[in-house]
Design a binder for this molecule. Structure first.
Ligand code: SF4
Length: 376
């Protein structure tokens, strides 16, 4: 069962740390949606042999910024052209300042049944420093409103590992999050991405990134609080109540094909990855002229194995011998097993019945351990 990702490349303002593709100019909202409607039609055969569509995800940018009328045009086109499952997970990313009761009701009526809300922090000063467009109060209120409207699958994003003096109140943030009675959350350690405002501040010495050991303490607190509240840690940055893991992301991680619509959106058909140009004007011009601007790469056997290991170790499912032998061959498992030895000795990996998973300590080093298993 495949998925569709729709990238809405607009934001109200630029967050300090963000390097996603978006524009704060809203002049091309309508042209953008017209171009995306063309792409939805042109690429209908991309998922032709994949059966029903199990997940649709509107991400960004800030999809909730778009008018309900324009969102409705995209939803209707997807419903018209693609075979959607009755049990579809239909997610929209939203910022708290967009989620009025009436907007939530309209999103619900359009068919969205899952919200992913960018809360990031409940600390007002931190939100200001991040240049978020919403207040802490709006974050708490919008979840209650969404629940009144009928949303029963709500996720929130939080960021930890903030530099001094904003590196505070992490446990209070977590407590506030759990008070909201949501079903899922994602927590990301702040990273300094090139050319962001945060990156410039770090380069100028205005901000000093938090030392790794302090971020590790917060990660441990996160894992402990999540477990105390019944959340499963199903991927390094993702936590859900039982049976409420994000189907969309899980499908990505299971290597299931997906179609990406909109500027910068990626698509994957099992062996080739393609991505649209990260430029709004050029994306629109390409779709309208019938010469879409995109690039692609054919993934080698090694690329696919490396991705499998990287994603697998980040998940609670881990990596397993049978699957690696089946998909890639025995020599790949032998390579992985020998690279795992040192991590086993250091207590960073559990290896039982051919299944390797990270221990609590290993979760702090997931990407490093995975890279040790890479084939070259
Ligand atoms: S709202 Fe989201 S996508 Fe937009 S700038 Fe902020 S973090 Fe980036």
């Amino acid at each position: 069962m495949a998925g569709i990702y729709v990238h809405i490349p607009f934001c109200r303002q630029k967050c300090t740390y963000c390097d996603f593709h978006f524009s704060t100019s809203r002049k091309s909202d309508k042209d953008m949606v017209d171009a995306m409607l063309i792409e939805l039609k042109q690429r209908v055969s991309y998922l032709k042999h994949q059966g029903q569509i199990e997940t649709v995800y509107f991400g960004g940018g800030t999809p909730s910024l778009l008018s309900v009328e324009l969102l409705g045009q995209l939803v209707t086109k997807i419903q018209e052209l693609y075979p959607l499952s009755d049990k579809i997970e239909f997610t929209i990313e939203a910022n708290p300042d967009d989620l009025t009761k009436s907007k939530l009701e309209q999103l619900w009526e359009l068919g969205f049944n899952r919200l992913s809300i960018g809360i990031q922090s409940f600390d007002e000063e931190v939100l200001n420093w991040m240049n978020r467009s919403h207040s802490s109060k709006q974050a708490s209120n919008c979840v209650g409103l969404a629940q009144q409207v009928g949303f029963k699958n709500i996720s929130a994003d939080l960021i930890y590992g903030l530099p001094s003096p904003y590196n505070r109140n992490w446990q209070a943030n977590l407590s506030q999050l759990f008070e909201l009675s949501i079903q899922h959350f994602s927590a990301y350690c702040l990273t300094v991405e090139p050319n962001t405002s945060l990156w410039h501040s770090v380069n100028k010495g205005i901000i000093k990134p938090l030392a790794e050991e302090h971020a590790s303490v917060q990660f441990n607190q996160l894992m402990d609080h999540a477990a105390d509240h019944g959340f499963e840690h199903y991927e390094i940055s993702n936590f859900s109540l039982p049976n409420l893991a994000s189907k969309h992301n899980s499908n990505y991680w299971n290597g299931i094909p997906y179609l990406g619509i909109g500027p910068s959106a990626h698509s994957f058909n099992g062996s080739t990855r393609s991505w649209n140009i990260s430029n709004n004007a050029q994306y629109i011009a390409g779709q309208i002229s019938g010469s879409p601007n995109f690039d692609f790469e054919k993934l080698s056997h090694w690329d696919l194995y490396n991705e499998h290991v990287m994603i697998g170790l980040r998940r609670s499912l881990g990596i397993n011998k049978c699957e690696i032998v089946d998909r890639f061959g025995l020599e790949y498992w032998q390579h992985a097993e020998s690279a795992l030895e040192i991590h086993l000795k250091q207590g960073l990996i559990n290896l039982q019945n051919g299944v390797a998973t990270l221990t609590q300590d290993g979760k702090h080093l997931a990407d490093k351990i995975a890279s040790d298993l890479f084939a070259t």
